[in-house]
Design a protein around this ligand. Structure first.
Ligand code: SF4
Length: 63
């Protein structure tokens, strides 16, 4: 049955994901790094999750 085949594929994918994560836990590798020094950004993307804008909030930056 197709449901059983789909289930087996899902289980195999989950097992592969589990193995991949276990390898990363044992030997972590830095793949991406980004820094947000301020929240100032003039792009104004609709999807922005950082609440960025035109102004720099001064109390977030120490002298
Ligand atoms: S997602 Fe936010 S921080 Fe990124 S470019 Fe768009 S407005 Fe700027």
């Amino acid at each position: 049955m197709i449901e059983n085949e789909i289930r087996e594929i899902k289980i195999k994918n989950l097992e592969r994901l589990y193995d991949y994560r276990q390898k990363l836990y044992k030997n972590p590798k830095l793949r991406d790094l980004f820094l947000e020094v301020t929240s100032r950004c003039n792009a104004r993307c609709e999807h922005c999750g950082s609440s960025c804008g035109d102004k720099i909030i001064k109390d977030k930056i120490s002298a």
